[in-house]
Design a protein around this ligand. Sequence first.
Ligand code: TYD
Length: 135
Amino acid sequence: MTSYKLIDFKTLGDERGSLIAIEEGYNAPFQIKRVYYIFDTKKGIERGFHAHINLKQIAIAVKGSCTFVLDDGSSREEIKLSNPNQGLFIEGLIWREMKDFSSDCVLVVLASEKYDEHDYIRDYDRFLKVVNNDS
Ligand code: TYD
């Protein structure tokens, strides 16, 4: 299964402010085994440039904004994340690049697996071969 979609998180809160909870089986379609975050990204930097074989992820710009470029091997789409109440869910073979980080951007990523370099495809030509069952 290869897909991506934006998830709208329900914002809880009261007169004190807002709160969002992310929970397996409620608004996260996988067990969360790892959390990492990207921040203090220098101006003009682009990151990512890889696909994952098995990993499922949800990326949330909890502060600031950035843009994901998502490529399924036949088309590319850009999705801007700029709202802490939206998460970008990605599963399967999607080539992703991230760019246009605002200087205050904090991008939190929830992942279904621990870090495993073997799950990465970092070469775009190899990605195309794997997507086309040609590897
Ligand atoms: P990298 O995959 O290059 O980041 P991005 O895809 O956002 O450009 O990761 C940068 C470094 O951090 C690299 O040496 C691997 C390491 N890393 C971990 O050790 N654990 C992790 O969970 C992640 C995402 C990266």
